[in-house]
Design a protein around this ligand. Sequence first.
Ligand SMILES: [Zn+2]
Length: 230
Amino acid sequence: MKQVFSDFLNLFFPEVCMACGNSLYHGEKVLCTRCLLKLPRTHFHNHAENPVTKLFWGRAPIDYGTSFFYFRKSSKVQHMMHQFKYNNRKEIGVFCGKIMGMELNNSDYFNDADFLIPVPLHPKKKIRRGYNQSEMIALGMAERMKAKTDFNTLFRRVNSSTQTRKSRYERFENMNGIFGLRDGYNLEGKHVILVDDVITTGSTLESCALTLLQIPAVRVSVVTMACALQ
Ligand SMILES: [Zn+2]
């Protein structure tokens, strides 16, 4: 009965693929099978030295970095990320997070992680958007990994919305001191994965990593859903 009803609804409000916009078939969720197989993947998590890891060299001593999709202008990945970030489709993050978690479980660089820490949004921004997209990705990842989510330890101090036109150095200056650590964490000696939606210059993640690296013997890695590296 439920199935009949949802088929009926689909006649009028068909569920569509968040990347290509085509109608989804039974059993498909969020992405159609074709997009699931064809969206451009980096496979960086199979290589210790990759463009994401290297982006942090000389900036923050992270262990490993990876992204899942290549992000190009006017691409299906961009369309999907836009739906995810600005169109209230938080299920995209959970769905992709699960796939990412499954694959990271098969990567020796990431499968020993203890905690997943999303890049925090400023509380005002979170209220405006309704959710923190990085938290959604981390929730999906946690369903497939032994690592647990920690949404509390790392927090954002100030709202930094207008920084797109600044240089990398100015941006770092701007980012410095933006994030803080709440007392009561148990991250000493743990392997922590920082989670974000897109990596571009890496300034935000660098600042988060440097904040977490104040914790004794902590190891920090970085995972994002998409990368838009120049
Ligand atoms: Zn599709």
